[in-house]
Design a protein around this ligand. Structure first.
Ligand SMILES: CC(C)(COP(=O)(O)OP(=O)(O)OC[C@H]1O[C@@H](n2cnc3c(N)ncnc32)[C@H](O)[C@@H]1OP(=O)(O)O)[C@@H](O)C(=O)NCCC(=O)NCCS
Length: 333
């Protein structure tokens, strides 16, 4: 009987480089409060957001992804021709098909890699890192480009009090490849589909098209239940991730939670009893909630500002629509 050759990869995988792209248009709270009968003070107090960035016409999902990827490739020292997998996490590529990953790979001049999109909302980047790590270690790819990118401004109703001040645009990218030591720990991921309706596109496109005046089915969110779920359930997931990785909060240098709300970030840090010296990502103040792009953007800012150093141990944890979540401990490249 014929035996099949097994797929064999590297013993360990790591993030080798990170890159980011922040859109040029800075939108302070003052610019959006009138349409939602709100105030800069309320928004800062309830969410920690001072400003966000919204993409211009030219700053497309593809354009922002390519810019972030070029930076990640350059910083990783990996030759673009060696990339044999591209994973794009996004909910704001407006084509049902094909995947934007193939167009990004082509524009980057990559060597016809496997390229596909994943839809896991704000948890998308952490899902992508987990998949990439498994691909490198399983032998289905050697170097994988993971991109988290969003243009949520296209999907946001600027008159919706519950979302208009939260969602934003941007892209982050990471090159994942083989490593001598473990640079990406085991993932803890899951979903709670009972809460499918808490954050979602308002309507199915087919229903929209039946309407007399079809309009974009914007994102809608029940903020309060999401807040409570994230603050309580995600601290438990963070602890499970540390346990599975075989470390404790004391071993962390950096904490990079999804940038959804500063109060959720603080609540998680408190319930995890993070030591004071652990640096916490707070990119949301300047950037808003960029969904799949939020973790790489936040980590990249920490690296650029010297808060996260190469070799540091960082906990990444992301959660969002689905509800879906994913977390892992990584070594900062
Ligand atoms: C959206 C969010 C900031 C709202 O904060 P909140 O404290 O839950 O606010 P609530 O919805 O309970 O509303 C509280 C009050 O503020 C008012 N309010 C709501 N939106 C407002 C706005 N944009 N500006 C001013 N007031 C507002 C409400 O009417 C309510 O008034 P009332 O007390 O007189 O009834 C918060 O729920 C949140 O961040 N949720 C999690 C979102 C998240 O993580 N999403 C991402 C997952 S990817």
């Amino acid at each position: 009987m014929a035996e099949l050759s097994p797929s064999l990869g590297a013993q360990h995988a790591a993030i080798l480089g990170i890159g980011s792209y922040r859109p040029s248009r800075v939108i302070p709270n003052a610019d959006i409060v009138e349409a939602i009968d709100s105030s800069d003070e309320w928004i800062q107090q309830r969410s920690g957001i001072k400003q966000r960035r919204w993409a211009t016409e030219d700053e497309t999902v593809q354009m922002m992804s390519v810019a972030a990827s070029r930076q990640a490739l350059e910083r990783s020292g990996v030759d673009a021709q060696q990339i044999d997998g591209v994973i794009v996490a996004t909910v704001s590529h407006m084509f049902q098909t094909p995947a934007v990953a193939t167009a990004i790979a082509y524009e980057l001049g990559l060597n016809r890699p496997a390229a596909f999109d994943i839809s896991a909302a704000c948890a998308g980047f952490c899902h992508g890192v987990a998949l990439a790590s498994d691909m490198v270690r399983g032998g289905s790819a050697k170097y994988v480009l993971v991109i988290g990118v969003e243009r949520l401004s296209d999907l946001t109703d600027v008159e919706d009090r519950g979302t208009a001040f939260i969602f934003a645009d941007g892209a982050g990218a990471a090159v994942v490849g083989p490593s001598d030591t473990a640079g990406i720990g085991p993932v803890v991921w899951g979903s709670d589909g009972e809460q499918f309706d808490l954050i979602k596109q308002k309507e199915d496109w087919r229903d929209v098209l039946k309407q007399e005046l079809p309009a974009m089915p914007h994102l809608v969110m029940q903020g309060n239940p999401v807040f409570r779920w994230a603050a309580f359930e995600m601290a438990k997931v963070a602890q499970q991730t540390l346990d599975l990785t075989g470390i404790s909060a004391d071993d962390l240098d950096v904490f990079v939670p999804h940038q959804a709300n500063m109060r959720i970030i603080d609540a998680m840090a408190r319930s995890m009893k993070l030591p004071e010296r652990v640096k916490i990502a707070r990119d949301i103040a300047e950037q808003g909630n960029t969904s799949a792009a939020s973790i790489p953007l936040a980590l990249d800012r920490m690296i650029e500002e010297g808060q996260a150093k190469s070799g540091d141990t960082a906990l990444l944890i992301a959660f969002g629509a689905g509800l879906a979540y994913a977390a892992q401990v990584v070594k900062v490249p």
